[in-house]
Write a protein that binds this ligand. Structure first.
Ligand code: ADP
Length: 429
């Protein structure tokens, strides 16, 4: 780490192909602007002279290809410049992907193979810079006029929506360096937990549902098909985590696997995917700027993400507190549930819970502080295969009056009475 700065305005000269790495202080935002030259934040170019306001705790880098002068004002936890970055190798990958997109766009044959743009999946351990690389590849592609689909399978953090979800959204513009991905209408499936081990089968089923839905969308949209996908994954790469990675690669038909900073994972994937035609496995260096986050920081980031869903990044949204009768809502949980009674099983067999069974849940005080998803399903049987409209947060359960109070992004009726409960909690702070 480097020095921290406080309060004063300062200018930083960046040499070509170097970056200014910043961790904004814990309590106050940081203002920053480009004075001279060209610079970008994770693939998105900065407009000259416009002040940007970065919220506390944000960690990012301002990179320049040809040199730049940056001005900043406010408090940082750390800021330092680095001239060793893997950016050239990252942009080379982008160039290859973009060439493939151009080829796919030009293919007039209507042949599904040749009109399909690259499906890139970014894998590696936690804190290897997967989300950041995904973001750069998306922003660079959008800048060149492509509309790649961002698929986020990282249920631990969630860069498209709240944690606990698998989600996809088309990226049509370089991603905003402060606000991240602006949500139009993302395609979201609710897993409900922040680690897949809670229900591995369900995770796989949801990857499959998401993949199927994207396939149908691509079939009717040549432009987005030719732009391909960038898929971000979880940092769990051992044991079951590794199986889930392979499952995602195959289910989403990824044909470019980018492995960040892990020789072992790289060689395992290369060997296992050798037999599969047209899958390129590429090893990339991890950036020295990636900041490691411990369990507590991760937990906090999750909590901020949920807060951001309801209140906005800069407290610019006003969620609505609603009251509903117990009888107006149907809450379900997926998996587990009351197991088959032993008496119904063959002698010696252990009862196993069906991981994808949809089980009704009684509304009681256990729902307090839980985040629930609002399903688009019209029947309970459709819950697993349906994406979700959004989320509510339970703030009160009145057993006597049989009423439930919840926070929702807006007032009015929910789009559906079918709610999904997982283990996602939030303590409003
Ligand atoms: P992963 O997705 O592999 O867990 P991230 O891409 O989320 O890792 O990176 C972890 C953290 O490091 C994020 O807060 C990110 O903004 C930050 N980060 C990544 N690259 C840099 C960099 N070059 N300079 C400063 N911070 C960075």
């Amino acid at each position: 780490g480097g020095a921290s700065s406080s309060g004063v305005k300062q200018q930083v000269e960046l040499e070509k192909e170097s970056e200014l790495r910043i961790e904004v202080g814990n309590d106050a935002p940081l203002c920053l602007r480009l004075l001279n030259g060209n610079a970008e934040i994770f693939g998105t170019e900065l407009a000259p002279e416009i002040w940007l306001n970065f919220p506390p705790r944000l960690k990012f880098a301002v990179f320049t290809w040809y040199g730049a002068t940056i001005e900043m004002e406010g408090t940082t936890e750390t800021d330092y410049t680095a001239d060793e970055t893997p950016m050239v190798s990252y942009v080379n990958v982008h160039a290859i992907l973009e060439a493939r997109r151009t080829r796919a766009k030009a293919s007039s044959s209507g042949d599904s193979e040749s009109s399909q743009g690259p499906r890139v999946i970014v894998v590696g351990p936690t804190d290897s810079g997967k989300s950041t690389l995904s973001r750069m590849l998306l922003s660079w592609a959008a800048k060149q006029g492509s509309k790649p689909t961002f698929v986020d399978l990282d249920i631990g953090q969630g860069s498209i929506t709240i944690p606990g979800c698998l989600a996809a959204t088309p990226i049509e513009m370089p991603i905003d360096p402060v606000e991240g991905i602006t949500l139009e209408m993302p395609l979201v499936y609710f897993f409900g937990h922040t680690t897949p081990s809670n229900n591995v089968e369900l995770y796989k089923v949801l990857v499959k549902e998401l993949g199927g839905m994207l396939e149908r969308q691509f079939a009717g949209n040549a432009e987005s098909r030719a732009s391909g996908m960038v898929i971000n994954t979880m940092g769990w790469i051992e044991g079951v985590g590794y199986d889930l990675l392979l499952h995602a690669i195959r289910t989403l038909k990824a044909n470019v696997v980018l492995v960040l900073g892990q020789e072992k994972l790289y060689s395992m994937l290369r060997d296992v995917l050798k037999g599969e035609p047209k899958v390129d496995v590429v090893k990339l260096q991890r950036s020295g700027g990636v900041v490691s986050r411990n369990v507590k920081v991760r937990q906090k980031a999750r909590s901020f993400r949920i807060r951001e869903y309801f209140y906005g990044l800069l407290n610019d949204l006003s969620p609505h507190s609603n009251i509903a009768n117990f009888s107006d809502l149907c809450v379900y949980r997926i998996g587990g549930g009351p197991q088959a009674p032993r008496s119904a099983l063959p002698i010696g067999a252990e009862p196993v819970a069906d991981p994808t069974r949809v089980v009704p849940v009684n509304i009681n005080r256990d729902l307090l502080h839980m985040v629930l998803a609002v399903s688009f399903a019209k029947e309970p049987e459709e819950i697993i295969s349906s994406n979700v409209a959004g989320f509510i947060y339970v703030t009160d359960v009145d057993i006597q009056r049989k009423k439930i109070t919840y926070l929702a992004p807006s007032a009015g009726d929910l789009p559906s009475k079918f709610l999904i409960l997982g283990s996602l909690t939030w303590l409003e702070t």
